[in-house]
Ligand binder design. Structure first.
Ligand SMILES: [Ca+2]
Ligand SMILES: [Ca+2]
Length: 110
C-alpha cells in the first residue's frame, strides 16, 4: 500500500512545479472568507483590503470580468489560479510594493 502510494504520488509531484499550487491555494483560502470554495466580488474586495492591496473598485471588477470564465459571478480556484498565472507579474509587483512582513512575497514565490 505504501509503495503503491509512493509510486503514485512521487512521480507526479516531481513532474510539476510543486510551489505554485501551494501559494495560489494559500492566497485563495485567504480570500475565501466563508470557505465555500469560491471567491465572490465582496470577498475579493474585502480580502485585498485585508492584505493591504488597494486595487480599487475598477481593478477588482476587472479581475472578475476577466477571471470569471464561466460567468457565474464567482471565482473558483481554477479560474483564480488561471487569472493569477496570466497576471502574475503585475500581481507580484503589487505585492512587492505593499508587503510589510514578507508573507506575500513568500506567497508569490519570492
Ligand atoms: Ca467564498
Ligand atoms: Ca466562475
Amino acid at each position: 500500500m505504501l509503495r503503491w502510494l509512493r509510486d503514485f504520488v512521487l512521480p507526479t509531484a516531481a513532474c510539476q512545479d510543486a510551489e505554485q499550487p501551494t501559494r495560489y491555494e494559500t492566497l485563495f483560502q485567504a480570500l475565501d472568507r466563508n470557505g465555500d470554495g469560491v471567491v465572490d466580488i465582496g470577498e475579493l474586495q474585502e480580502g485585498l483590503r485585508n492584505l493591504g492591496i488597494p486595487l480599487g473598485q475598477d481593478a477588482e471588477e476587472k479581475i472578475f470580468t476577466t477571471g470569471d470564465v464561466n460567468k457565474d459571478g464567482k471565482l473558483d480556484f481554477e479560474e483564480f489560479m488561471k487569472y493569477l498565472k496570466d497576471h502574475e507579474k503585475k500581481m507580484k509587483l503589487a505585492f512587492k510594493s505593499l508587503d510589510k512582513n514578507n508573507d506575500a512575497l513568500m506567497l508569490m514565490g519570492q
